[in-house]
Every structure is written in structure tokens, then in C-alpha cells.
Design a binder for this molecule. Structure first.
Ligand code: NAD
Length: 498
């Protein structure tokens, strides 16, 4: 039994101060490799949400943040990027302890993370309004882009600081202030990140972090009247609740939700490359990525050979301690998620899919007490089965046959989701044609799971609303004002609209 009182306690960050929750309550953060708690974070509620939003609102309207120029905001963001670069290894290790993803992946992710702050820091003072050549000779008319206001950013557990930064960097560059709510399963890195925010010199209230259960602290944040916008990444059900809460206050929302993405392999593809692409689509990050290529669509002429090679390759995957650089598949992040993945494996079996690899919890000695699931592959899946329609968010692959291009597009698009898709082919004609026909926010050709701060990211259909990353993302946090200045000698007929 772990002595909870002996665990390190991490305070939340409100109005530039590190504080406990108003109720003085704590919740445990678990290490999925050991299955044991390793840290405590504040368990916040409505009082904490109010304090954080008030701090963000004061900073936005009358604090030092509100008086910074766009260039000064950009400089602060670039400084924060430098500090993240300095501490990338330390932050990556924290995230691995919280979410069990591989240090090899989280290290690379954290070393890449500063680019979001450099990119949006650079963009901050390049957002220009325009003079409109309006159709009235005695009017000078121009536009300004102004921050939307206080932003609530809510993120899940699979890439905590990356997904937070997709929101924080453009929102701060736009001049907004932010209240970040990390996942209750992985809050420690966000609290460590606040120390860097402070060191970079951000004025109090510009960035606030409150921790706690989504059901307790989420609604008071989303529904607070001084919040203008919610930027949410998470599951479909959570996204719907956020949208409903936001609708009552007529707030703006961006949603980055789940997926059931097709990874489509044609007969003319390089089979060895496509096998690696299928592996990276579903077993990287233990399948816990929104863009997981969880439906593998194989042309019938290569189906058997491909499946053989895929199973042989996946069988070699080394599971174990995510902090070891040799490990290729780590644990599932949370106990409920572990149970959910195992449940879906049973659902697939009961639906008649054929389990050709894995199919249960991993009992390998190197997996210890952690929450590990064997890399699992189902063949003979058809697209109406639950295992082909619902997001598992784990290392479970559904393999589906197709006859020709039209059949592949029909199956790929026959999904409630539309986050991503992969195409493996040597034909440029097919690649371009298909990339236009697939209903997905990201389409990768002969690669999978590539993202960049420069490239817009988001979902079609139930996978989301709005886009993150790239130049357009900053406009998710800006609103346009049009200013009309009359240069007429006198006010014309006041009874007629001009
Ligand atoms: P989740 O929806 O359970 O939780 C996400 C966040 O929402 C957490 O911080 C949680 O505390 C909070 N939350 C829960 N209920 C809330 C409420 N009523 N009001 C406000 N906030 C609330 O998702 P999860 O299990 O943490 O993450 C997995 C999901 O995230 C998967 O569906 C995955 O596809 C999705 N995801 C999407 C993307 C993307 O960019 N599209 C990226 C990563 C993960």
C-alpha cells in the first residue's frame, strides 16, 4: 500500500500564485507502468474554477498583460519556448510517469514542442487588419483583430503538454488569457510547466492551470460567464457536453475529438513500407492516439501476404518499461482505459472477427504490474462491426478487405468519424484522387502520423470542429472589429441608413 501522505504534492497555478484547491482536496496521479500512485494534484471544484477565470479576466482587461504589445507577447512566447527546450528531458520524464508513453516518443515530442511557441510568438505581431475600400467616398473603414477573451483549454491524457500548447501558443499570441484544465490522469507536467511560465515572465493571470475531475471542475469553467471560448481535445461524449455547456452562454468552441481512421494499402504499394506504416498507425503510443490508423484496409490481392508480414513484425515488438529506450510498446495509460480496451477485444471476438495476434492482457515478465495489453490484430472484420465503428483508443487493429478504389473510399468514408486517413500506393494519380475523396482532416500518403505546428489539424464529422496549428489557428482566438470613420462635412439625413 502506498502512503498517500508521503507522495509529492503539486499545487495549481492561479493568478501567478501556486495554490492548493479551495477545499484542500487532492487526487492521486498513477504511474501506469507500476499501477501505483506517484504524485498528488489538487482536486478542484467550482470555487477554484471561479478564481482562475476571474484571474484570467482581470489579466485580460486591466492587468499588465492587457498593456503588452503584440511584439512583447511574442517575445514572452519565444522565451517560454527556450525554457521548454532547456527542460524538455525533465518534462518528458514527468509525462512518461503519468501516461506511460515511451520516453523515446515523449522526449522527441517535448524537444519539438518549443516550435509552437516560436511559431506563434513570431506570428503575434504579424496579424494585421486591413483598410476596406468601402463604397462610400466620405468614409474611412478599417478592421482590427482583437482577442476573443478568456479561453478555457481542456486536454486529455495522451499528449498532455503538446495538446495544451496547440491551444496556449495561438491563444496567447492572439492576446487572450487562458485557464488550462489538464486531464485528471496526467496533470503533473502542466503544473511543472507553470514554473516555466513564471520564469519566462508572463504577468499574473495570463496563464492559469486548475486540476481535477472533468465532471467537477469542467462545467463551472465552461459555463463561467467571463469565459469567451473553449478549446477542447478529448472524447466525443466530453466534446458534446462542452458544446452543450458553451451553447447556453453562446461561446465559441473548437473540438478535437476521436477517430476511427482508415489506413488504406493498395496492391502497388511498397509492402514493407506499408507494414511499418500500419504498425506506426496502431501500435505507436500503444494505440492511444486520436489519429490511430485503427482500420487497416487491405486490397484483396495482397491481403494474406500483407497480414502475414504484419503479424510477424508486430510479434517482435518489445513491451515493458516506457522509460527504457529499447521498449516499443508501453502500458495503457489509465485503469479504466485498460478495461475498456479489453472489453472491445471481447466485443470483436463475439462479433465474429478472427483474432490473429494478441487478444488479451500482456502477462510478460517485463510488464510487471502495469496495465499492458498485447498488440492485437483482428482480421475478417467488416465495417458494420462495432470494432470497426467505435474508437478503442488502444493497440487493437481491425483489418478489412476491399476490392477496388471505389470500394476503399466507400468503406473509409462509412464512419461517424473523419479525423485522418492513410494511403499507401506508388501511383501519384491515385494518391491525389483519393486524398480529395476521403472525408478526413488529415490525409497522409506513404507515411502516417505526421504533425507539425505549421500544418492545420482537425476533424470532419464527429471528429471535431475548427482547426488547430498553422496560421489559421490564431484566428480561432481572434474576433474582427470593423471601424467606420466619417470624413463627411456634416451628418447626412439621419432617418436613412447609410
Ligand atoms: P475525455 O473526453 O474523457 O477527457 C478529456 C478532458 O475533458 C479531460 O481533461 C477531462 O477531465 C475533461 N472533461 C471530462 N468531462 C468534462 C466536462 N463535462 N466538462 C469539461 N471537461 C470535461 O477524453 P480522454 O479519455 O482524456 O482522452 C481520450 C480521447 O481524446 C479520445 O477520444 C481521443 O480520440 C481524444 N483525442 C483527440 C485528439 C484530437 O486532436 N482530435 C487528440 C488526442 C486525444
Amino acid at each position: 500500500m502506498t502512503d498517500l501522505q508521503a507522495l509529492p504534492k503539486h499545487q495549481q497555478y492561479i493568478g501567478g500564485a501556486f495554490v492548493d484547491s479551495a477545499a484542500g482536496a487532492w487526487l492521486e496521479s498513477y504511474n501506469p507502468f507500476t499501477g501505483k500512485p506517484w504524485a498528488l494534484v489538487p482536486r478542484s471544484g467550482a470555487d477554484d474554477a471561479n478564481r482562475a477565470v476571474e484571474a484570467a479576466h482581470t489579466a485580460l482587461t486591466s492587468g499588465p498583460w492587457s498593456r503588452l504589445t503584440a511584439s512583447q507577447r511574442g517575445a514572452l512566447l519565444r522565451k517560454l519556448g527556450d525554457l521548454i527546450a532547456r527542460d524538455a528531458e525533465r518534462l518528458a520524464r514527468i509525462e512518461v510517469q503519468d501516461n506511460g508513453k515511451l520516453l523515446a516518443e515523449m522526449g522527441a515530442q517535448l524537444r519539438y514542442l518549443p516550435q509552437w511557441y516560436y511559431y506563434y510568438g513570431g506570428l503575434a505581431d504579424k496579424i494585421e487588419g486591413s483598410v476596406i475600400p468601402v463604397d462610400r467616398p466620405d468614409m474611412f473603414t478599417f478592421t482590427r483583430h482583437e482577442p476573443v477573451g478568456v479561453v478555457v483549454a481542456i486536454v486529455p491524457w495522451n499528449s498532455p503538454l503538446l495538446l495544451a500548447s496547440w491551444k496556449l501558443a495561438p491563444a496567447l499570441a492572439a492576446g487572450c488569457t487562458v485557464v488550462l484544465k489538464p486531464s485528471e490522469f496526467t496533470s503533473v507536467s502542466a503544473l511543472a510547466f507553470c514554473k516555466l511560465v513564471e520564469e519566462a515572465g508572463f504577468p499574473p493571470g495570463a496563464v492559469n492551470v486548475v486540476t481535477g475531475f472533468g465532471s467537477e471542475v469542467g462545467p463551472p469553467l465552461v459555463q463561467h460567464e467571463k469565459v469567451a471560448k473553449i478549446a477542447f481535445t478529448g472524447g466525443e461524449a466530453g466534446g458534446q457536453r462542452v458544446l452543450e455547456g458553451a451553447a447556453r452562454g453562446l461561446k465559441g468552441v473548437t473540438l478535437e475529438l476521436g477517430g476511427k481512421s482508415p489506413n488504406i494499402v493498395f496492391a502497388d504499394a511498397s509492402i514493407d513500407d506499408a507494414v511499418k506504416g500500419a504498425i506506426s498507425g496502431i501500435f505507436a503510443a500503444t494505440g492511444q492516439t486520436c489519429i490511430a490508423g485503427s482500420r487497416l484496409l487491405l486490397h484483396e490481392s495482397i491481403h494474406d501476404e500483407f497480414l502475414r508480414k504484419l503479424v510477424a513484425f508486430a510479434r517482435t515488438a518489445r513491451m515493458g518499461d516506457p522509460l527504457s529506450l529499447d521498449t516499443q510498446i508501453g502500458p495503457v495509460t489509465t485503469r479504466p482505459q485498460f478495461e475498456k480496451v479489453l472489453h472491445y477485444i471481447e466485443v470483436a471476438k463475439s462479433e465474429g472477427a478472427t483474432c490473429v495476434l494478441g487478444g488479451g492482457p500482456a502477462a510478460r515478465p517485463e510488464c510487471g504490474e502495469g496495465w499492458f495489453v498485447e498488440p492485437t490484430i483482428f482480421s475478417d472484420v467488416h465495417n458494420q462491426m462495432r470494432i470497426a465503428r467505435e474508437e478503442v483508443f488502444g493497440p487493437v487493429l481491425s483489418v478489412i478487405r476491399f476490392k477496388d478504389e471505389d470500394d476503399a473510399v466507400r468503406i473509409a468514408n462509412d464512419s461517424p468519424y473523419g479525423l485522418a486517413a492513410g494511403i499507401w500506393t506508388k501511383s501519384i494519380k491515385r494518391a491525389i484522387g483519393l486524398s480529395q475523396r476521403l472525408q478526413a482532416g488529415s490525409v497522409w500518403v506513404n507515411t502516417y502520423r505526421a504533425v507539425s505546428y505549421m500544418a492545420p489539424f482537425g476533424g470532419y464529422k464527429h471528429s471535431g470542429l475548427g482547426r488547430e496549428n498553422g496560421q489559421d489557428a490564431i484566428y480561432e482566438f481572434l474576433q474582427t472589429k470593423c471601424v467606420w470613420i466619417s470624413t463627411a462635412d456634416e451628418v447626412p439625413n439621419p432617418f436613412i441608413m447609410r
